[in-house]
Write a protein that binds this ligand. Structure first.
Ligand code: HEM
Length: 404
């Protein structure tokens, strides 16, 4: 590829540009499928990304076994840990996703997410009520604790352990490459919880608040696919714990930042609360919490957008660039919840489409409804705010506001 594209993608990964990668993504899109110096194919237009997300020649399963590389001392528990279904292809992906779906959503458990709404509303209300009087960090006091409490309660992971797993997850997510030692520690911890379930020990703290414990259901469910093995349970628990909150934190924080920067939308939200639904959808398009999917591999030569990606090549799908593609979204850099609804890539697409999308949407809608009255008397103290280091899961690390 041209040096210009290589440097644009390098600049996207550079933390210096984390606060606003969108001009760089626009220049990336001029070459819809480009190859970097290390041979990775970077795909940045909506149609090309969507086509590849639906292409069975594109594999998600190229991540090496985490067990072998761990240096944390927790290796014994990790040996043989299979990749989560995020990192597997059919048929293994489909079997694990079916098993995980049974206790989580339709058709077998149609009400689990919707039934969370009252609890979520009360949780969001109590977080807002506990804000300090003059200045507040909307990430530390709201955008982070809300989804983390929800996913802990849903899974049955004790909130008391949050400082431990937060440290491991933070370390694991800093770079594009997984931090194996941190993930090994997390797997060791979740393995112990799974063993507790398998031994039918008492339900840990925090498991009851949202009316169910997904880990127990996953460990004991007997459907047509049988049960997950212990290592599959650990790997699924890791996936749900990480995917279940890190992304939603960013969705809530990105939404709050937009409302603070564009007060006309805050006024609309206060006057017409139902607009929260298209508002959240537009945030998922305009400033998606998952900016790119860096771990696909071509299983065959794949012609796309005038280029052939050769068999064996690594592929990075830049969802955030596809979401600003003017061919799909007129005037793409304008934030506009009133725009004509069109599919976006905020939750991915194809067989790996986000498993938790209904929960993420509900959490963000409830969160913003609770937060809007506070934002009306809030002033942003740092703009742009400090961002998390990750170029993949992108969002503010802090969002400090002064309250009048
Ligand atoms: C705003 C919040 C969220 C965003 C933006 C988001 C985004 C995504 C994206 C882009 C993918 C596709 C990954 C790929 O194709 O490689 C995905 C997959 C996934 N997400 Fe989410 N997610 C969110 C919240 C959640 C929540 C709350 C959960 C769990 C309750 C969750 C669980 C998953 C799982 C398990 C997968 C893997 C699906 C599969 O491989 O079949 N996500 N998510």
């Amino acid at each position: 590829m041209t040096t210009a594209v290589a440097s644009a993608f390098g600049a996207v990964l550079d933390p210096v540009n984390r606060h606003d990668p969108y001009p760089l993504l626009a220049s990336l899109r001029r070459t819809p499928v480009a190859v970097t110096q290390d041979g990775t194919y970077v795909v940045s237009t909506f149609d090309a990304i969507a086509a590849l997300l639906h292409d069975p020649r594109v594999s998600s399963s190229d991540i090496p076994d985490l067990a072998e590389k761990s240096s944390s001392g927790a290796t014994a528990d990790l040996v043989g840990l299979p990749p989560s279904f995020l990192r597997q292809d059919p048929p293994a992906h489909d079997r694990l996703r079916r098993l995980a779906t049974r206790p989580f959503g339709p058709p077998h458990t149609p009400h689990r997410v919707a039934d969370l709404e009252p609890t979520l509303t009360s949780l969001a209300g109590s977080l807002v009520a506990a804000f300090p009087p003059s200045t507040v960090d909307l990430v530390d006091h709201f955008a982070y604790p809300l989804p983390v409490q929800v996913i802990c309660s849903l899974l049955g992971v004790p909130m008391a352990d949050e400082p431990r797993f937060r440290a491991w997850i933070d370390a694991a997510l800093i770079s594009v490459e997984p931090n194996r030692a941190a993930l090994a520690d997390l797997a060791q911890y979740l393995g112990e919880l799974v063993d507790g379930r398998l031994a039918d020990v008492a339900t840990p703290d925090g498991a009851s608040a949202l009316g169910g414990d997904l880990l127990t259901a996953l460990a004991t469910d007997d459907g047509p696919d049988g049960r997950m093995s212990r290592s599959e349970l650990v790997s699924t628990a890791m996936l749900l714990l990480i995917a279940g909150h890190e992304t939603t934190v960013n969705l809530i924080a990105n939404s709050a930042l937009i409302l603070l920067r564009q007060p006309a939308w805050l006024e609309r939200l206060l006057a017409e609360p139902d607009i929260v639904v298209p508002f959240v959808e537009e945030v998922l398009r305009y400033d998606p919490p998952v900016q790119m999917l860096p771990w696909r591999t071509a299983l065959d030569d794949i012609p796309v957008a005038g280029t052939t990606i050769p068999a064996g090549a690594s592929i990075t799908l830049v969802l955030a660039a596809g979401n600003r593609d003017p061919q799909q979204f007129p005037d793409p850099d304008r934030f506009d919840p009133d725009r004509r609804p069109a599919p976006h890539l905020g939750f991915g697409d194809g067989i790996h489409y986000c498993f938790g999308a209904p929960l993420a949407r509900l959490e963000a809608q409830v969160a913003l409804t609770a937060l809007a009255p506070v934002l009306a008397r809030a002033r942003l103290l740092e703009d742009p705010p400090e961002y998390r280091l990750s170029a993949v899961l992108r969002g503010p690390r802090h969002l400090r506001v002064a309250l009048d």
